[in-house]
Write a protein that binds this ligand. Structure first.
Ligand code: VGL
Ligand code: ZN
Length: 212
């Protein structure tokens, strides 16, 4: 019997705080928006999912929640090493909204993450301790998704951990990373992320393999 495919696009954290002018701006973060819009509006995908980093005030990943700590130095959270981030993506603030040009009207499902102040959640599937799942795996299962393309911000954090978890939690899923529809925080981080994803069976592709 011929098995039909269900293709989904997963857009990670394309929010104001991760774009130029935001509190945790990723270089060129806004440049991916037109590319992602083309992907959203292409006939290729059956399902479009977008995530939002969605932190309460005083989230434990914020340097501001750790007296004496500066942003971008290492600290501790839940007894484990944790990058101290500037305050970002605080629930219901402007910084947590999607980039205004992102065509979200055609997004089918929004997955929030990072709501627990006691643990960070780079992956859209579960917290960094791997203790609590968001339910996105069950959603993809229920929708019988066979092919998942991941893009967004930031390649070296939330995009990477989301793609790796998609592959490890749903081993039958075909997962790809769309490189030009993503941006990362550091050049070394981006290169390492692409290597890690490749080693896990996640191919890096260019959007032009999908649109135009
Ligand atoms: C992210 C750092 C902290 C991301 C989220 O979306 O990549 N990075 N929170
Ligand atoms: Zn965050």
């Amino acid at each position: 019997m011929l098995q039909s495919k269900t293709r989904a696009l997963l857009i990670v954290d394309v929010q104001n705080d991760f774009c130029p002018g935001g509190n945790l701006a990723v270089p060129g973060g806004d440049k991916i928006v037109p590319i992602i819009n083309e992907l959203i509006n292409s006939a290729h995908y059956d399902l479009v999912i977008a995530t939002k980093d969605w932190h309460p005030e005083q989230h434990g990943s914020f340097a501001s929640a750790h007296p004496g700590k500066e942003a971008f130095e290492m600290g501790e959270l839940g007894g484990k090493p944790q990058m101290m981030w500037p305050d970002h993506c605080i629930q219901n603030t402007e910084g947590a909204q999607f980039h205004p040009a992102l065509e979200v009207t055609n997004v089918d499902f929004i997955q929030l993450k990072g709501e627990d102040p006691s643990v960070d959640s780079y992956s859209a599937f579960r917290d960094n301790d791997e203790n609590r799942k968001t339910g996105l795996d069950a959603y993809l299962d229920a929708e019988r998704v066979t092919d998942l393309d991941v893009c967004g911000l930031a390649t070296d954090y939330c995009v990477k951990f989301t793609a790796l978890d998609a592959k490890s939690m749903l081993p039958n899923l075909n997962v790809r990373f769309i490189s030009d529809a993503s941006r990362g925080i550091t050049a070394e981080g981006i290169a390492a992320a692409i290597d890690e994803m490749q080693a896990a069976g996640i191919a890096a592709i260019h959007s032009t393999e999908i649109v135009r």
